[in-house]
Design a protein around this ligand. Sequence first.
Ligand code: C2E
Ligand code: MG
Ligand code: MG
Ligand code: MG
Length: 291
Amino acid sequence: EAKKKNTGSYLFYASEMSDRLHENQQLVVALAEALSSDLFYLEYQPQVALCSGEVIGFEALARWQHPTLGNIPPDRFIALAEQEGLIVTLGDRVLQLACQQGCEWLEQGIEFQRLAVNVSVKQFVESDFASKVLNVLEQSGFPAEKLELEITESVFLGDLTLAKETMQKLTQQGVCFSIDDFGTGFSSLLYLKDLPVLKLKLDQGFIRGITQDNSSLQIVKASLQMGQALNMDVIVEGVETCDEYQMLLAMRCGHAQGYLFGRPMKPDLITAPRLRQISASVGAIVPASVI
Ligand code: C2E
Ligand code: MG
Ligand code: MG
Ligand code: MG
């Protein structure tokens, strides 16, 4: 009886695994096709200054709507693109699209400090990464001082000298760097000492807990203090509730991004009135100290 059961579940897992493999193979083919037919697009999520509600910038997030497989989340297709050696092509396209969009907004009089673009470690370590970015800036006409590149701590597990060189080449032209998902990587904090990093983006995993557990709260507090001590902006990701907002404001957190302020949206939804509406709604949240 037991043996039968085992065989049954083995078969079950095996078929599930082969389904999964098949699905992955399908996706790999679809990914390459989508790249050549330019089916990826970007959504943009606003970032706000907590005390004023001002929209300071946007993060560009890649999207892929497959005709039959549906909406494929970026966590999935980015990982796949990295695995299949397609991330550099995809990343180049993302950067181009974002810079073009940024130019359009500026022409329309939509003001923002920075437009942030995610960069995979595999893109960043390419020897021509810096010159590629500068080329895209030049060709699109997007000002370097408005471009922010989000890199992750994994970048610092490799050749630090090279990483520093790449970052310097770009920061000299006005591009800035932020560390995405800060606090979730495995690298040493020492890199922060010598590298031109302007912002730390605190991972949403820490925010989820701040209204419930003391350890998340303390980690957020300590990160804010460290940012201040090192002269770096800290932006908190994943703010969803007024309670979270109020706690962050009380901790003097500067910047935030999250569903509370705005979901990632198609670029045509980002208009001057919409941005004023976001600022007004942030302003309408009563600070905790007043309650
Ligand atoms: P990320 O760079 O950390 O981006 C933030 C993610 O958090 C986005 O997920 C965003 O939609 C989500 N988010 C923002 N606010 C909230 C909130 O209040 N609550 C919750 N639950 N989630 C929130 P998304 O768009 O699914 O992207 C996932 C990840 O995929 C990104 O994480 C980034 O690592 C990667 N990614 C997306 N676009 C690109 C790209 O163009 N290039 C590269 N290399 N990676 C990308
Ligand atoms: Mg990011
Ligand atoms: Mg992040
Ligand atoms: Mg993330």
